[in-house]
Design a protein around this ligand. Structure first.
Ligand code: BTN
Length: 254
């Protein structure tokens, strides 16, 4: 990408017209020893991956489908922080290009109103309790028109074009995200998670809400009270017990 003003992130960029998933390619690069900051981008994913084993709708030519390879020197328990950092970077980058209301739904969905415009999938390779590398997948619905979404997604998903009523440059958006990500990560390396946590909290709609969290181990209902310094969600149930939610599907109850 020309005009990319980063020092390391995305300086090694692999672009493909069509892939199964940019995540798979990034994992392969990582296993082959590619350094931190390599980025994989594709115009079309045949088998885009979402969180919790779901698939991710990744049509040709309209979205931003990108994976970052990062080799962070952090403990395993801090990896959720990177996911939250990424959602803040995505939100801030989008806001540089269009002025639409956006907020973050824990852990990392970027929504406009009730509808999702972006999702983040963090996958990790760990050796013992050390992080080998992390692949951070970012999927953004940029230029889809409403009728391009499968019917079952239309009530849940939207694109920046639908919301802003104009098409956006995916290249400019990718550049903005990479620059914002590198900047936030610099802050994170220097000052820890605190400042990023503050930014995340300022942009989230999840705190104080009555929610149900469906986790791989069962479901918990309660009020979202905050996130821990690790980036884990704190959910207080009806008995006043605080639960730590590491990974879940969140539904807001009215
Ligand atoms: C979610 O379920 O919200 C996460 C979606 C992540 C999608 C992105 S698109 C680029 C990267 N490659 C994939 O296969 N998935 C991620």
């Amino acid at each position: 990408i020309s005009h990319l003003q980063t020092t390391w992130l995305g300086q090694n960029l692999h672009y493909f017209e069509e892939v199964e998933s940019t995540q798979t390619i990034a994992h392969r690069l990582a296993r082959e020893g590619a350094p931190s900051g390599n980025v994989v981008l594709a115009d079309h994913q045949q088998a885009g991956k979402g969180r919790l084993g779901r698939s991710w709708f990744s049509p040709k030519g309209t979205g931003l489908w990108m994976s970052l390879l990062i080799r962070p020197h952090i403990p395993l328990t801090s990896v959720p922080q990177l996911t939250l950092l990424t959602s803040v970077a995505v939100l801030r980058a989008v806001k540089q290009l269009v002025s639409i209301p956006l907020h973050i739904k824990w852990p990392n969905d970027v929504l406009c109103g009730q509808k999702k415009v972006a999702g983040i999938l963090t996958e990790l390779d760990a050796e013992a309790d050390r992080v080998g590398y992390v692949i951070i997948g970012i999927g953004i619905n940029v230029n889809q028109q409403e009728e391009e979404f499968p019917t079952e997604l239309r009530t849940k998903a939207t694109s920046l074009r639908i919301e802003a009523q104009k098409a956006l440059s995916r290249k400019e958006l990718a550049i903005a995200i990479l620059q914002e990500w590198e900047k936030l990560y610099g802050l994170y390396e220097q000052s820890g998670f605190g400042p990023v946590k503050t930014l995340w909290e300022a942009h989230t709609c999840s705190l104080g809400q009555h929610i149900v969290a469906r986790t791989p181990h069962g479901q918990v209902e309660g009020i979202a009270r905050g996130i821990t310094d690790e980036g884990v969600l704190l959910l207080e149930d009806g008995q006043g017990t605080m639960h730590k939610i590491y990974s879940a599907d969140i539904e807001t109850l009215s």
